[in-house]
Design a protein around this ligand. Structure first.
Ligand SMILES: Nc1ncnc2c1ncn2[C@@H]1O[C@H](COP(=O)(O)OP(=O)(O)OP(=O)(O)O)[C@@H](O)[C@H]1O
Length: 608
């Protein structure tokens, strides 16, 4: 039984990702790592020089001969060596601590940066997958400290090993039998610690989905996004109970293992005292036989707690390496995830066409969400020419927003093609293509930054905030007037998350999001219910501005409002993922089809 467990844990060691972790850390801070190792070795060396000088000092004192000048000289020498080495040890130790902290901070910041960079590069399909969120959570938790903890664990284990070798040499000179006694009593403690550390880690990993659930409920209680609903429906206690229900279960499981571990440690701890007295027995016998000097006894009494401490240091470091390795796996698992949207090896430039001839085109598109079982889009084809406003209408769930995600290349279709100016968009670099399309999403994001920056985010490649363009975009989107009314105008912080911020209405947020899209250099605008929160006058002005400033750009608008879509140049009607009708608005209004069915009531009201 014990052998099977041992084989299991040793097997887990062979699974360590030292190579990859070392490479990762080395690529980030090579010089600093060398420096930390050198300082640690120097500090250990100095400690033992000081200890050895002390032992010699005790031996010299115990072989005391009154009035001997040589004797006096030797005492002074040993005191100077021991004192000097001890002072230097303290200084080197302080620098070693500082450089270790510097190294670990640099490494965790850089790994955190890599995790964020990698995550941003992953495509939307991962956001459909709870497994991905588990990996991301564990990787983010691990990223800050664990790779460095492995390296520090390895360095500490080496350093502790050095100290043990040095201390063993001293102990062996007293009586060689002391060493196997000490080791035999301490190794079981090491194995027990690894065993419980493994148990705690396995529990953490098993409970990650539950932890995510608990933190989701925690967020519902504390986040500003849910604050209104939680209060108006009195959901605070309801979610709090769910949150604490899960937390209670998680804490109870963790504490149960901690208690088992405490019992085992208490039992094994008494073995340590036993080992001390067995050693004392051998030393006392040695003293009677004249093999052990007073210096030996003094140094053993000094050495025993130190030796025990070093062994613990090594055991602790190996446990640290072992534990952290389990979590580091998730960083590498995350780094190994690749975007499933292929980028061409040599991307084509976006083709320029004559004014007014550019076109964004969808051909026979079929699409099913990953993990879903039915097609959301079926054989969809449509054309958005430059200089025109095209509308896409349909009932809730008919597939309009999904089509936009494909136009933004957040997903690739299962079948069919999206073309820009005649070229399949998979031939362009993803970033370059996405620059051609600016979208106001139905669930656009409210950035708590200044009004100016909210718009600037539409084209961050312009290195400096081009204020006149920002104002122009705000005017087109109808945002200029309300921004100008703030004391700090465009420098006013939006939202209430940060000091001095101003909350604005949902319609005003929507105008800022639309200004962001207008600020971008895109050739096509896509507005997914971008006017849903606008009052009738603002909506009318927005479309006037859109048409007036469209120039050679094309626009696709999605709306459930007749007042919006009736001004489009061309309309597509989507029903259950299929285009069921298309044509000019006035034409469709006359035909008794899906379009007329959608806007029957609006049309009637208008004709009254
Ligand atoms: N991430 C997803 N994974 C699986 N199915 C999805 C996902 N997002 C949307 N769907 C499904 O795809 C279908 C189309 O959704 P979509 O959001 O495109 O509709 P829509 O026409 O934009 O609706 P609305 O007018 O309500 O905005 C719906 O049946 C929806 O349940």
């Amino acid at each position: 039984m014990f052998r099977t467990k041992l084989a299991y844990y040793l097997g887990r060691f062979s699974d360590l990702r030292f190579g990859r972790t070392l490479k990762l850390v080395w690529s980030i801070a090579p010089g600093m790592t060398v420096m930390v190792i050198c300082l640690m070795v120097a500090s250990t060396g100095l400690l033992f020089v000081s200890l050895y000088a002390l032992k010699v000092l005790v031996d010299v004192v115990s072989s005391f001969e009154i009035g001997s000048a040589v004797y006096r000289q030797r005492i002074i020498e040993q005191v100077i060596i021991a004192g000097g080495a001890s002072v230097l040890h303290g200084i080197v130790n302080s620098f070693s601590t500082y450089f270790s902290e510097l190294q670990s901070t640099t490494i965790s910041e850089k790994i955190d940066d890599r995790i964020h960079r990698h995550t941003v590069g992953l495509d939307m399909a991962y956001y459909e997958n709870p497994e991905y969120f588990n990996t991301l959570k564990l990787a983010k938790e691990a990223g800050g400290s664990r790779p460095n903890a492995i390296i520090m664990g390895l360095i500490n284990a080496m350093n502790g090993g050095l100290k043990i070798v040095a201390a063993s040499t001293v102990i062996i000179t007293i009586d060689w039998r002391l060493l196997p006694i000490l080791i035999a009593f301490i190794v079981p403690m090491f194995l027990v610690r690894i065993y419980f550390s493994e148990k705690q880690n396995a529990l953490r990993i098993k409970n990650t989905p539950l932890e995510r659930q608990a933190s989701y409920y925690g967020q519902l209680i504390t986040s500003e996004v849910s604050a209104k609903e939680v209060r108006s429906y009195n959901l605070g206690d309801y979610f709090k109970d769910k949150y604490f229900g899960i937390r209670k279960k998680l804490v109870a499981e963790r504490l149960r293992i901690s208690l088992q571990s405490t019992f085992s440690e208490a039992g094994l701890g008494s073995l340590t005292s036993l080992s001390f007295f067995i050693c004392i027995y051998f030393i006392a016998m040695g003293a009677i036989d004249g093999r052990v000097s007073s210096g030996d006894i003094a140094i053993f009494l000094l050495m025993f707690p130190m030796f025990f401490g070093y062994l613990q240091e090594v055991m602790g470091s190996i446990t640290t390496v072992y534990t952290n390795n389990i979590y580091v796996k998730y960083i590498f698992d995350l780094f190994d995830l690749k975007s499933e949207l292929p980028e061409p090896e040599s991307p084509q430039p976006i083709p320029d066409v004559k004014d007014g001839e550019g076109v964004l085109q969808v051909e026979n598109l079929n699409f099913k969400y990953p993990h879903a079982d039915k097609d959301v889009l079926k054989d969809v084809s449509l054309v958005i020419p430059q200089g025109k406003v095209v509308a896409l209408v349909g009932l809730n769930g008919s597939g309009k927003s999904t089509l936009i995600k494909l136009l933004a290349r957040l997903y690739d279709p299962n079948f069919g093609t999206v073309r820009l100016n005649g070229v399949d968009i998979t031939n362009f670099s993803l970033a370059e293509y996405r620059r051609q399309i600016s979208i106001v999403f139905q669930d656009f994001y409210k950035y708590n930054v200044t009004a100016s920056e909210n718009i600037f985010l539409g084209d961050i490649r312009r290195h400096q905030h081009d204020h006149s363009d920002i104002v122009q975009a705000a005017k087109q989107a109808g945002a200029h007037q309300f921004v100008e009314e703030f004391e700090s105008k465009y420098d006013t912080m939006m939202g209430r998350v940060f000091e001095g911020g101003h909350e604005i209405s949902i319609g005003q947020w929507q105008k800022l999001a639309t200004a962001r899209a207008f600020y971008s250099p895109a050739r096509f605008f896509i507005l997914d219910e971008a006017t849903s929160a606008l009052d009738a006058r603002s909506e009318h002005s927005l479309f006037d501005a859109l048409k007036a400033n469209l120039g050679n750009r094309g626009a696709l608008i999605i709306s459930h409002r007749y007042s919006t879509v009736k001004h489009a140049d061309y309309i597509y009607v989507l029903s259950d993922g299929e285009i069921v009708q298309e044509g000019a608005p006035e034409l469709l209004a006359k035909i008794n089809g899906a379009y007329a069915e959608l806007f029957k009531i609006d049309m009637l009201q208008e004709s009254v």
